[in-house]
Design a protein around this ligand. Structure first.
Ligand code: NOJ
Length: 537
């Protein structure tokens, strides 16, 4: 299949911006829309296709924007609607796309819908949220837990009922069984689509429907104390209910009211067979249910190779894969596998079949930053202080240059920067031919140029306890072999049934580029090779 027949969200690359931390333009220490606009040169040079912005809407910021109090405006911290329009126009002028974060599971407790809903039991919006009486003995409606610690139920003094919140009590869950709620959220989508946004990443899509009878969740037999308290139960009745598929299909239809290839990306953390359901029947669900396997698996060549095949094999016909290494909720890749392996991981992300999502800063191997206890901001960290679950370390300001605050802000940044920013930043890495940034750049440019890499088939070739290898092929175009050493020790690529001749096109160690390879390859620790195959035509 020629790549130009495929929509951009299949052949392209997505880049996640966490707006608070990308670029501050007004010195208040928090990133903003004008700041993002100023940094578009970097993204264009890097070669990404679409920018996904974490929430930029008015919010009391109890969960840093994932508690929305107005879905159709911009938080003053980030700017205003005119700034948004300018940003969107500037992104489009550069041939890139802009995706927004849609947060449909819950609103802020300050959202007018919730203020109305909680005002009285007979308010017309009462049923827009999930209200429940205590059980006859006075206890909570059921045993459901909040992801951020404690019970999922909060007592409302005035109206003497509980409301349900899967996250903070400041994030009451909407009742998606109510058609008015559905229509209200679809209209939110239309508001932004009318402006020209190119799609949405849908927050916790698998949470939005709950069991109609609100049955108790079962106890998780594998719970261990270091895990979040939410994991004490298996959320079988509070998440991933069959009704969600109907809503996904409806969200997809809203996108299809519009011209162009607008994309629906769904945040879904589920095992492979359940994840696949979110593609919908005949692919009428999400275009890309996020695939977080590379964030969850142990960094082990055999296991990763096997799971890639498991995922490829489970995809529904026509379902397009995607891959993610880091995001704003999990530790960064460089902190999970180390700086050196982060380069191998980048090569994996950018050579697999499927749309890659790059988390801001991973292109310069930013690492998680230690945030002293008294500076912790993330509610997940504050609510379970003994478990080291704060997400702040992966959300620190982007490191642009060696100047004050790494060029992020002239004011005091909302989160402290990595003290090593003078060494690890965009400017210094652009000047260094051996840097992570230049590796990302080379990989992205080649992926854009070669149909086999963006759209071609994937075939596993080899895996042992250290090394994994696969090919990417597209008929009528050059083929590639990718060989990755996922350990720090030297290893060997010695396949039994695969003979080849090729030239190293990109290597983690640039010294190897241009070298001819065939048969067996010995690899240094932390090495990755992208090899152009010479095949009889
Ligand atoms: C998932 C988001 O990625 C996370 O940051 C947020 O805290 C929860 N959803 C709740 O909206």
């Amino acid at each position: 299949m020629a790549s130009n027949q495929q929509p951009w969200w299949q052949t392209g690359i997505i880049y996640q911006v966490y707006p608070r931390s990308f670029q501050d333009s007004n010195g208040d220490g928090v990133g903003d829309l004008k700041g993002i606009r100023r940094r578009l040169d970097h993204l264009q040079w890097l070669g990404i296709d679409a920018i996904w912005l974490s929430p930029i809407f008015p919010s009391p910021m109890a969960d840093f924007g994932y508690d929305v109090s107005n879905y159709t405006d911009i938080h003053p911290l980030f700017g205003n609607l005119a700034d948004f329009d300018e940003l969107l126009q500037a992104v489009h002028a550069r041939g890139m796309k802009l995706l927004l974060d849609l947060v449909p599971n819950h609103t802020s407790h300050q959202h007018p819908w919730f203020l109305e809903s909680r005002s009285s039991r007979d308010n017309p919006k009462r049923d827009w949220y999930i209200w429940k009486d205590p059980q006859p003995d006075g206890s909570l409606p059921n045993n459901w837990l909040s992801v951020f610690g404690g019970s999922g139920w909060e007592w409302d003094e005035r109206t003497e009922q509980y409301y349900y919140h899967a996250f903070l009590k400041e994030q009451p869950d909407l009742n998606w069984r109510n058609p008015e709620v559905q229509e209200a959220m679809f209209n939110v989508m239309r508001f932004w689509l009318d402006k020209g946004v190119d799609g949405f990443r849908v927050d916790v899509l698998w949470f939005i429907f709950k069991d109609e009878q609100l049955r108790d969740n079962p106890v998780n037999p594998d719970y261990a104390p270091h895990l979040p308290t939410f994991d004490q139960l298996l959320p079988v009745y509070s998440t991933d209910q069959p009704e969600v598929q109907d809503i996904t299909r409806k969200m997809r239809s809203v996108l299809e009211e519009y011209e162009g290839d607008r994309v629906l990306i769904a945040e879904v953390y589920l095992p492979i067979p359940r994840l696949m359901a979110y593609y919908g029947e005949n692919n009428n669900g999400a275009h890309l249910p996020f695939n977080f396997l590379l964030m969850a698996l142990p960094w082990d060549a055999r296991q990763i190779a096997a799971t890639i095949d498991e995922y490829e094999g489970a995809l529904p016909p026509g379902g397009w894969p995607n891959w993610v290494l880091s995001n704003h909720d999990r530790p960064r890749i460089a902190s999970r596998v180390g700086m050196h392996q982060a380069a191998v991981a980048a090569m994996l992300l950018l050579t697999l079949r499927g749309t890659p999502t790059i988390y801001y800063g991973d292109e310069i191997a930013m690492r998680d930053v230690a945030i002293p206890r008294e500076e912790i901001q993330d509610p997940q960290g504050l609510n379970m202080p003994d478990k080291n679950l704060s997400r702040d370390p992966a959300r620190t300001p982007m490191q642009w240059d060696e100047g004050k605050n790494a060029g992020f802000s002239p004011g005091k940044p909302w989160l402290r920067l990595d003290k090593a920013y003078a060494r690890t930043n965009v400017q210094s890495q652009r000047a260094d031919a051996h840097s992570m940034l230049r590796l990302f750049h080379r990989l992205i440019q080649l992926r854009r140029k070669e149909p086999a890499l963006s759209a071609g088939s994937y075939n596993a070739v080899y895996a042992d306890s250290q090394v994994m290898a696969f090919t990417r092929r597209s008929e009528g175009h050059p083929s590639f072999l990718i060989v990755l050493n996922l350990t720090h020790r030297p290893g060997y690529f010695r396949p039994d049934n695969f003979s080849f001749n090729g030239t190293v096109e990109i290597a983690v160690s640039r010294e190897l580029e241009g070298g001819k390879v065939s048969h067996t390859i010995s690899l240094d620790g932390d090495e990755g090779l992208l090899i152009r195959l010479h095949e009889p035509s």
